[in-house]
Design a protein around this ligand. Structure first.
Ligand SMILES: NC(=O)c1ccc[n+]([C@@H]2O[C@H](COP(=O)([O-])OP(=O)(O)OC[C@H]3O[C@@H](n4cnc5c(N)ncnc54)[C@H](OP(=O)(O)O)[C@@H]3O)[C@@H](O)[C@H]2O)c1
Length: 149
């Protein structure tokens, strides 16, 4: 059966442009693992933003990034899942509730991160996938998928 789905990728869409990202270059008040332990992980001292970091691939990535020494900001629409994900990650994490299809939420995410850190890694992971036969794919499917890309 043919399916439709969203690509998963590393990109900088949604959070302004590279010049603005590069201007955010001084962590303020964050204590990534590296700052506490001076460890040897691949992401020591790095700050990562992972959209859709409360479940699945995003949560797994957040756990791995923290294990490798990063401080991570994760997002998701549901506050309860966000709280649970923060607990599961265990430290070096800030959850920011928001919907990536809403520009005001993306602005709030950007301002929250900018107030405290630079951005070294942006994992634009948030998205949804729905399975449907080709003849059942609607304009709403495309609207929903393209909104979160
Ligand atoms: N798993 C696969 O086989 C596969 C294959 C190809 C592509 N992908 C893509 O890889 C990404 C992750 O997949 P997954 O299987 O890990 O999905 P998942 O377990 O359903 O997780 C999706 C995450 O994104 C968040 N999210 C969804 N829509 C959002 C929105 N509009 N704004 C903010 N957060 C949003 C969800 O939290 P809330 O619901 O609380 O917002 C959740 O944290 C998705 O983009 C998916 O399309 C997955």
């Amino acid at each position: 059966m043919p399916t439709v789905g969203l690509p998963c990728c590393l990109q900088t869409s949604g959070l302004r442009n590279n010049n603005e990202l590069q201007s955010v270059n001084h962590p303020k008040g964050l204590r990534p693992n590296s700052m506490k332990n001076q460890g040897t992980g691949k992401l020591q001292g790095k700050v990562a933003v992972i959209t859709g970091g409360t479940t699945g691939i995003g949560l797994a990535a957040a756990k791995l990034f923290v294990k490798e020494g990063a401080y991570v900001f994760i997002t998701g629409r549901r506050q309860k899942e966000l709280d649970e994900a923060e607990k599961a990650i265990g430290g070096s994490v800030t959850g920011v509730q928001g919907d990536v299809t809403k520009l005001a939420d993306l602005d709030r995410l950007y301002e929250t991160v900018k107030a405290r850190a630079r951005i070294d890694v942006l994992f634009a992971n948030a998205g949804v996938a729905e399975f449907a036969p080709l003849e059942g794919v609607t304009e709403q499917h495309f609207d929903k998928y393209s909104a979160s890309m």
